[in-house]
Each structure stands twice: as structure tokens, then as C-alpha cells.
Design a protein around this ligand. Structure first.
Ligand SMILES: *Cc1c(COP(=O)(O)O)cnc(C)c1O
Length: 392
């Protein structure tokens, strides 16, 4: 059964992913089961997507209830769930308005378009360049791969979009030197996700904010991975004492239903008038009611408190592993986005953990990334750490 599925999939699905040889059929909370009934504790959560775990009864109910009422109309009309979700996001962030789409890449695509159009409307038509960071990740569409600071993601797709400059993350001087009168925006992940769970130095993001203010440049935060509680606060920017002009969200926003959102300040988003941008599926009643329920649960079930507590505990345990094993180079992260850099390739550890019933993720070849559901408990963390301890 398992091999039938894998053999079939390998014939009919575009081979853009190198997949692990398990077929996952079911989930509940932080646990997944494969087609052979084997159990896994999930420290991947669909890559920081299923923050409230799998098959959360309240989310399942919100989805099935809405499915019986209305799935989709068009953004030619108003709907109640979309309005409520936008209101919630606006009330709980720096932003004044929201544009809905269906993925992270699309949210960044909207942010890039808005930044360019904002200066166009202001009469600064040449001001189109965006400074992004080396090792960043912003998506796989033509514009967002062009904005991504990793060559391997661009390979074979030339010519890529022009107008993107790159500077090293955490190097404020490099940014200061790169910014010029044609720069319209700085695009940054507050904590780099795919690039290796890289955290900003204490004043780095505030200094960027200052440079942007001094030069009238827009600051775009890609919070697709860090947003919606992943770091223990609703948005990662709240840790660092600044606010962006534009922010993008996706991954955890609807706990697994596809959704993307671009949030912005009023004077910026004013450049998006009727007809300037659009999305057929953006913000359907189905996904926005699921997302509203996600945000309600996040608040009512004190999920951020658990994220902070478990994040601190988990990091302590990983630092303990670092002290014990010279093969661990570095441990970093905030809340429940944690990375452990190894002095060797991480893939064998990922495979061994899988055999022992844990799903973890390896990025950049040698960095283990842990992004479990935010409802993870101490017991699950202890069991994984024991397993890592053994393999290291
Ligand atoms: C995942 C991710 C994206 C891309 O999101 P998709 O939904 O896969 O298009 C963009 N930026 C960051 C920081 C991400 O983590």
C-alpha cells in the first residue's frame, strides 16, 4: 500500500520536492500517523503552518459550518468573515488595511507591487529598487525569487526581475551604503527562516527603521514564517521595538488552509485603488472564517503563553545538547522557531529521528529547524531531546 502510493506519486507528481518515504494519512494535535499506522510527533507542523496542531476540533467545526453556508463569491462583493478577519488584523497590528491572497509568495508579490506603485503615485517614478538580505527567502514566483538572497533558487530562471539589491543580514553599514535615491523599500524577515533561523542583533531592525525614516524608504517585514505567534508574540516585530510600513503573512494564518495577507499603513496602501491589484480566491469566506477561529483560539487558549514557556524550555534543552556535544555549533531562535547548527550534514539525523517517531526539518544542509505546533508540551520536547542526545 505504502509503496504503491510512493511509486505512483513519483511517476505523476512533478519532482520539485525530495520527499521522505512515508505516506501521512492522519493527524491529531502534535501527532501524525502514516499509512502503516506508525506514529510521529510533529516538530515541523507543515513548516510553521499548523500552529494549533492537526485536526483541531474548533477549526474543523468552523470549516465545516462555513462550508455549509458559503465557500466563495468574489471580491466584487462584501462578505462578513473577510471583514471580520481584516478588522481583527488591523486592531492587533500597526496596519490600517489588509489585502488578501492565497500564499506567502503572493503576499510578498503584493508588497513589492505596492512599494513600487506607492512611489509611482507620488510622482517618483524611477524609485523602484528594493534592498533585500542575503540568505533571505521570500517565495518562488518570478518577483519573489528575484527578491530572495539565495542563488540556487534563481538558477535556470534568468532573466530574473531587475531592481533588487542584496546586503548581508545584521550589517547595518552595508545597508546604509547600498541605499540610494532609487531605493523604494527594504524587505526583511525579522528572523530569517529558511536561511537558517538567523536572529537580528539587538538594535539592527530599529536602525533599519531609522534609515528608512531618514530616507523616506518603505520598510517591508516578511512575517510569513514568524507571524501569528510563532515567536511568542503575535508578530515578531513586537520583540524589537519598531513597526514596519508593510507586513506579509501566510503560513499559520489559517492553520493549514491556503491564505496570504499583506498589511499596510493607510498612506501607503492608498496607492492600491480599484483595479490596481486583485486575487480571485483572496480572502474567501471559507478561509477567512477558519482564520478567525484560529485567532480566537490563539487568544482564548493562551497559546502564546505556552509558546513562550515551551520555547524557553526547548532552547535551554538544545543549549544543554550543545554543551554536551561538540558536534553542535550553535543554537538560536525565539519562541518556537529554533535552529540548531551542526558541524556536519543534518539529513542522517532527520532520518534517524523519523525512525524513532519524530518529524524534524533540516535546512541549508546542516541546520536543524524546529517549528512544532505552538501547543507542544514539555513531555514531547523531552522525548525529542533524548532522541537527539542519543544520535549526536
Ligand atoms: C514560506 C515562506 C514564504 C513563501 O510562502 P509560500 O506560501 O510558500 O509562497 C515567503 N517568505 C517566508 C519568510 C517564508 O517562510
Amino acid at each position: 500500500m505504502k509503496n504503491d502510493i510512493i511509486n505512483k506519486a513519483d511517476k505523476v507528481i512533478a519532482a520539485t520536492y525530495k520527499r521522505f518515504p512515508i505516506v501521512i494519512t492522519r493527524g491529531r494535535g502534535c501527532t501524525l500517523w502514516d499509512i502503516e499506522g506508525r506514529e510521529y510527533t510533529d516538530f515541523v507542523a507543515g513548516i510553521a503552518v499548523c500552529s494549533l496542531g492537526h485536526a483541531h476540533p474548533r477549526i474543523s467545526k468552523a470549516i465545516s459550518t462555513q462550508a455549509d453556508i458559503l465557500l466563495h463569491v468574489s471580491n466584487l462583493y462584501y462578505t462578513v468573515p473577510q471583514t471580520k478577519l481584516a478588522s481583527w488584523l488591523v486592531e492587533n497590528s500597526f496596519a490600517d488595511r489588509v489585502f488578501f491572497c492565497n500564499s506567502g509568495a503572493e503576499a510578498n508579490e503584493a508588497a513589492i507591487k505596492l512599494a513600487r506603485r506607492y512611489f509611482n503615485e507620488k510622482g517618483e517614478k524611477d524609485r523602484h529598487k528594493i534592498i533585500a538580505m542575503e540568505k533571505s527567502f521570500h517565495g518562488r514566483t518570478m518577483a519573489t525569487l528575484s527578491a530572495t538572497g539565495q542563488d540556487k533558487i534563481k538558477q535556470g530562471y534568468e532573466p530574473i526581475l531587475s531592481g533588487f539589491d542584496f546586503v548581508p543580514f545584521n550589517d547595518i553599514e552595508a545597508l546604509q551604503n547600498k541605499i540610494d535615491p532609487l531605493t523604494c523599500a527594504v524587505l526583511i524577515e525579522p528572523i530569517q527562516g529558511e536561511g537558517g533561523v538567523r536572529c537580528p542583533d539587538r538594535d539592527y531592525l530599529r536602525s533599519i527603521r531609522q534609515i528608512c525614516d531618514d530616507t523616506g524608504t518603505l520598510l517591508i517585514c516578511d512575517e510569513i514564517q514568524t507571524g501569528i505567534g510563532r515567536t511568542g508574540k503575535l508578530f515578531a516585530y513586537e520583540h524589537f521595538g519598531f513597526e514596519p510600513d508593510i507586513m506579509t503573512l501566510a503560513k499559520a494564518l489559517a492553520n493549514g488552509l491556503p491564505i496570504g495577507a499583506m498589511l499596510a499603513r493607510e498612506h501607503v496602501v492608498a496607492a492600491f485603488g480599484p483595479g490596481s491589484h486583485a486575487s480571485t480566491f483572496g480572502g474567501t469566506p471559507l478561509v477567512t472564517s477558519a482564520s478567525l477561529e484560529v485567532l480566537k483560539i490563539l487568544t482564548e487558549e493562551k497559546v502564546l503563553d505556552n509558546c513562550k514557556k515551551m520555547g524557553t524550555y526547548f532552547k535551554e534543552r538544545l543549549l544543554w545538547l550543545k554543551k554536551k556535544h561538540s558536534s553542535v555549533q550553535n543554537v538560536r531562535g525565539i519562541g518556537l522557531i529554533l535552529g540548531m547548527e551542526l558541524k556536519f550534514e543534518g539529513d542522517p539525523i532527520v532520518k534517524k529521528c523519523m525512525e524513532k517517531g519524530f518529524l524534524i526539518n533540516c535546512i541549508q544542509g546542516n541546520i536543524l529547524r524546529f517549528v512544532p505546533p505552538l501547543i507542544i508540551g514539555k513531555d514531547e520536547i523531552d522525548r525529542l531531546v533524548r532522541c537527539l542526545d542519543e544520535f549526536l
